[in-house]
Design a protein around this ligand. Structure first.
Ligand code: NAD
Ligand code: UDP
Length: 336
């Protein structure tokens, strides 16, 4: 089976490529490297001892996508490619709509032309907005609070419409909670360009001495210690969720939706303590104002994925922190 992985050089994509190759899938990666390095794919080959095909190509360029489909008989697409920085999406909404929506439309058009109608789409827990209760199940109401989230919601809706119009499509919408950690080898991991927006890479960069301290965005939320609570999931567990989704897709399920989370929430302070334990370093922090748009708490009910796919995240917070730290200390400047 040959899987096209868009955005495969990125953080979640590279970890998924490792698991695909380990499971004897053939992988073809399409990535424009706008937020990643080709080095991640060299490391994927080193970890697995297997090769994959890489196309430095842009989803905004339909001809480049067509070349990939002409060169390979693709069985399914895992579509990671997209821009993902919430703050940047607020200041540059057009860039986000253009890249994420037009890029996806181009991909879907070419898939349709080549009669490849199996797709796994990277959605996000952000499509639940500020949930009325916890844990979050897949049938909670959806709402986007920023342009990035709106692209995820719009693409989910586009895929729903495509499925309504043509029942030959098989579509899995995977709503990720908060991916953290790295492959246990420390060869691949999260490598944000510039100052990280997300908590885990920020803490790692403080631990390794690149940044002076963590700014905790508010400590008076209605949570046990007042700091924000999220469902952090090890990126390898998340990658394995895709591996469990593919066989399901090949049973012609139509359109399916799954939360990929652990079902547990951890606070910002618990994350900092976890990284301190993993790194043996003290991680300085200060409390600052809340980040506009942040919600107090969010965690998944992942039981549908367990029942339908036989998938369950099994790595602990300690695994996540240890593996993130191992990657960070081996690669203080990421792939650079
Ligand atoms: P990432 O930025 O590391 O990977 C995305 C990849 O897509 C990058 O390698 C980038 O170069 C590529 N890309 C972007 N636009 C492209 C285009 N037009 N053509 C070709 N390649 C393009 O991000 P990630 O953390 O690995 O996230 C993967 C997917 O999962 C994204 O769609 C993201 O929105 C979604 N997601 C991520 C998180 C998270 O916290 N990391 C949470 C929920 C959902
Ligand atoms: N957070 C923080 N400082 C940071 C980055 C994040 O206190 O520098 C908090 C944020 O308010 C939230 C949690 O950490 O409660 C996770 O934030 P992240 O941006 O990683 O994920 P998201 O908010 O998208 O779930």
């Amino acid at each position: 089976m040959k899987i096209l992985v868009t955005g495969g050089a990125g953080y979640i994509g590279s970890h998924t490529c490792v698991e695909l190759l380990n499971a004897n899938y053939d992988a073809v990666v399409l990535d424009n490297l706008s937020n990643s390095s080709e080095k991640s794919l060299i490391r994927v080959k080193n970890i697995t001892g297997k090769s994959l095909e890489f196309y430095k190509a842009d989803l905004l360029n339909k001809k480049q996508i067509m070349t990939v489909f002409s060169d390979h008989k693709i069985d399914a697409v895992i579509h990671f490619a997209g821009l993902k920085a919430v703050g940047e999406s607020v200041s540059m909404p057009l860039k986000y709509f253009h890249n994420n929506i037009i890029g996806t439309l181009n991909l879907l058009d070419v898939m349709n032309d080549f009669n490849v109608k199996n797709i796994v789409f990277s959605s996000s827990a952000t499509v639940y907005g500020d949930p009325a209760s916890l844990p979050i199940t897949e049938n909670f109401p959806l709402c986007a609070t920023n342009p990035y989230g709106r692209t995820k919601l719009m693409i989910e809706e586009i895929l729903q419409d495509i499925y309504r119009s043509d029942r030959n499509w098989n579509i899995a919408l995977l709503r990720y909670f908060n991916p953290v950690g790295a492959h246990k080898s420390g060869e691949i991991g999260e490598d944000p360009f510039g100052i990280p927006n997300n908590l885990a890479p920020y803490i790692s960069q403080v631990a390794v001495g690149l940044l002076p301290r963590v700014s905790i965005f508010g400590n008076n939320y209605d949570t046990p210690d007042g700091t924000g609570v999220r469902d952090y999931i090890h990126v390898v567990d998340l990658a394995l969720g895709h591996l469990k989704t593919l066989p399901k897709l090949f049973t012609n399920p139509g359109l399916v939706v799954y939360n990929l989370g652990t079902g547990f929430g951890y606070s910002v302070l618990e994350m900092i303590k976890g990284f301190e334990a993993a790194s043996g370093k003290t991680i300085p922090y200060k409390i600052v104002d809340k980040r506009p748009g942040d919600i107090a708490a969010c965690w998944a009910d992942p039981s549908k994925a367990e029942t339908d796919l036989g998938w369950k995240a099994d790595k602990t917070l300690s695994d996540m922190c240890k593996d993130a730290w191992n990657w960070q200390k081996k690669n203080p400047k990421g792939y650079r």
